[in-house]
Design a protein around this ligand. Sequence first.
Ligand SMILES: Cc1cc2nc3c(=O)[nH]c(=O)nc-3n(C[C@H](O)[C@H](O)[C@H](O)COP(=O)(O)OP(=O)(O)OC[C@H]3O[C@@H](n4cnc5c(N)ncnc54)[C@H](O)[C@@H]3O)c2cc1C
Length: 377
Amino acid sequence: MTQHVDYLVLGLGGMGSSALYHLSKRGLNVLGIEQFGAAHDRGSSHGETRIIRKAYFEHPNYIPLLQRAYELWHDLEQTTGKTLFNQCGLMVAGPSDGAVIRGVHLAEELYGVEVESVSPADAVERFPGFRIPDGFEVTHEPEAGFLHVEQCVQTHLECAQAQGATVYLNEQTLGVKVSERSVEVKTDRQKITASSLIVTTGAWSSGCLSELQLPLEVVRKVLFWNPVREPVYNLDAGRGSFFFDMPEGEFYGLPSLEGASVKLAEHTGGETVSDPADVDRSLYENDVHRVSRFVEAVMPALDPQPMRHTVCMYTGTPDGHFIVDQHPANQRVVYGAGFSGHGFKFASVMGEILADLATTGRTALPIEFLSAQRFNQ
Ligand SMILES: Cc1cc2nc3c(=O)[nH]c(=O)nc-3n(C[C@H](O)[C@H](O)[C@H](O)COP(=O)(O)OP(=O)(O)OC[C@H]3O[C@@H](n4cnc5c(N)ncnc54)[C@H](O)[C@@H]3O)c2cc1C
């Protein structure tokens, strides 16, 4: 027998778990389906932590969304009594005329985001353990920090279930049929019809929404944990996250949660993944080489050899901006995809936006710049 639900969410990672939470919070009949377990490590939302910041150098249009994202993360913490956000701050270093530093200052100018300019002499004092390249400008954003990524996903899921949502884990969606009046989903266990559908399938989005031919490219990304030689990067020493706009690429990191290491990665680059289910999780020499070179140049108190790693995926768009839109054949089918390696901090607000779109067809939040239409012009 085919089951019918009012609202169906496909993919319960960062965005889907939040959409499920927001729909169930509104008292709606909602089902979520996830091909793996809760808060698993095979998509894009794992590896301990994700940086959150408001001085958004990618584009100032994201800042109103971030303001709401911050509110919603705080609400979730208050509702549950859990610590999901650590406001440890973010140091950004790069050439003054580079897109990153210019973007940080633009956020400050346009939205009054608090950004401290740190002189080279102060940088030595405030950020011991970093060798700032000559000519670099340094800023610090005190309101930035990190989110506990798996706990955020888990918390959204648990709260959604407590609010009445149904969750099917380890069930894979095999096909989605969208017509003007109906939505039919086939999984490896059953057929389900829904009045409204939210698709948040991350690296699998091109497959789940194949008829839309979204311009998405999945790339393999490696996160490293490198041992500290001196305790100059630790949270308990008051240290925070960092982002470097280097000539070789963009590198970032955070104090690790257990204290004896730093988690770090290269934001730029990565090999294309043809099948996200089959991404190579082994470590390549070149992955280590690029990050080790950055460590040797900039972080002398860190061991350049990693002690562990994990592989994750970015789902990129041609312009690096998200795609959040409605299905052209049926406005009650909405999707969020292409979060391009910087989406997690928005998961709280994306869930709210997707729930708005699925229930009323519109949202008060300014998301026009994320429409899929921009690729058809
Ligand atoms: C290494 C790394 C570092 C990052 N650092 C940051 C950062 O510091 N700050 C930041 O804001 N962002 C960061 N990001 C980006 C951010 O993590 C992602 O943009 C975000 O997690 C994407 O969420 P998602 O819901 O789209 O994907 P996911 O969380 O992967 O969720 C998609 C879900 O859909 C499920 N699914 C897919 N297909 C099916 C199917 N057919 N049936 C059922 N279920 C299905 C998947 O199993 C998965 O659980 C980083 C990403 C990576 C990889």
